[in-house]
Design a protein. Structure first.
Length: 58
């Protein structure tokens, strides 16, 4: 019975996170330090860096 409740709660949380994913990302990336770290991390990956640079100078 406890496992059933855990699965139900997990399913509800998953749906809530999926529904509000863009608001959550905006909230997290709205913090300057986190946004700076994310951009620094993304620019170290060649495939992401190429997409960003290509889009910026299109």
């Amino acid at each position: 019975m406890q496992n059933l409740w855990r699965y139900i709660i997990l399913a509800i949380c998953s749906v809530a996170i999926y529904s509000f994913r863009y608001k959550i990302v905006n909230l997290v990336l709205g913090q300057p330090e986190i946004r700076r770290s994310f951009i620094h991390f993304a620019m170290r990956m060649p495939f992401l860096r190429d997409r960003f640079v290509h889009r910026a100078f299109q």
